[in-house]
Write a protein that binds this ligand. Structure first.
Ligand code: NAP
Length: 295
């Protein structure tokens, strides 16, 4: 069996087309233009490229976007003041602070300062709490993207054995919780593996769906999966450089070997990655609609 490739690039493109129409209608019918601000502290090249991509995507969809960069030695208070300014700015519906922050700034304090109604990254404890309770909230972008990929690819989750590898606050924990929720796209039996898990392969071998969010290149090998498994590979690992200096990326799954056993698999790049930014845009549109009392 050679797996069906679940393309994040194609799925993200389809969702962006839907968003473009929704955004144009919002402006025409309700005079609402969704607004997003991205805040970056410092000059980390990877973070710079992420915020640039976010602003570029926002712009292409018709979202008003602002990009603020603070010097790496800016104080925590300066950042908190900036967040407060955007909390009170009616043109801005979504505030994204690019992580990681420099070590002298308390990340939790900063994330908690964002008005939960503008927390389009879904990291504020109010949104995390609502997610766990199954209430309407902003879902964190990467797990939200995974749900969309599974649903739009027609993968049945109800009753499925799902094994999530990784328990981070941004991927592993939220996606485990979302797969567990009593609703369409959830209803799975979920096992979460991490560095203290004994005999991980014993868990992964009985999985109908494996979601790998580890950060270890090609860790999930063909002998660890059963025939017909569905694989969502969240990992983005730089394993070298091409002759012209571009990063060579690998996921957490040994794609070439595992695709011969899997029913469906996401590639790296072109899998979960493009979905994450798209879900940020979707959350920003949701924020604008909420602020306008439309949902
Ligand atoms: P993280 O915070 O470093 O968490 C990694 C998790 O994997 C931890 O829970 C850790 O367990 C577990 N782990 C690490 N090595 C392991 C091993 N050998 N065996 C079993 N478990 C192991 O990472 P993250 O932020 O969740 O990101 C994970 C990967 O996804 C990274 O490659 C990252 O770049 C990628 N990512 C991609 C996107 C996207 O949009 N495509 C978004 C976010 C992240 P412990 O808790 O026990 O330490």
């Amino acid at each position: 069996m050679t797996a069906k490739i679940i393309s994040g690039t194609e799925t993200a493109k389809a969702i962006r087309e839907e968003l473009k129409i929704e955004i144009a209608e919002l402006q025409e019918k309700h005079n609402v233009v969704p607004g997003l601000v991205t805040i970056l502290v410092g000059e980390d090249p990877a973070s710079q490229s992420y915020v640039t991509a976010k602003n570029k995507t926002a712009h292409a969809l018709g979202i008003h976007s602002e990009q603020v960069t603070l010097a790496a030695d800016s104080s925590e208070q300066e950042l908190l003041n900036l967040i407060e300014k955007y909390n009170n700015d009616e043109k801005i519906h979504g505030i994204l602070v690019q992580l990681p922050l420099p070590k002298h700034i308390n990340e939790a304090k900063v994330l908690y300062a964002i008005n939960p109604d503008k927390d389009v990254d879904g990291f504020h404890p109010v949104n995390v709490g609502k997610m766990v309770l199954g209430e309407q909230c902003y879902l964190p972008c990467t797990p939200h993207g995974i749900l969309e990929l599974l649903t739009r690819s027609g993968v049945k989750t109800s009753g499925a054995e799902v094994v999530v590898i990784g328990r981070s606050n941004i991927v592993g924990k939220p996606i485990s919780n979302l797969m567990l929720q009593k609703r369409d796209g959830g209803n799975a039996t979920v096992t979460i593996c991490h560095t203290r898990t004994k005999d991980m392969a014993a868990h992964t071998r009985r999985a109908d769906i494996i979601i790998a969010a580890v950060g270890v290149p090609k860790m999930v090998t063909a002998d660890m999966v059963k025939d017909g498994v569905v694989i969502i590979d969240v990992g983005v690992n730089r394993i070298g450089k091409t002759a012209d200096g571009k990063a060579i990326l690998a996921g957490d799954v040994d794609f070439d070997a595992v695709k011969e056993k899997a029913a469906a698999i996401t590639p790296v790049p072109g899998g979960v990655g493009p979905m994450t930014i798209t879900m940020l845009m979707k959350n920003t549109v949701q924020a604008a609609k909420q602020a306008a009392g439309l949902i």
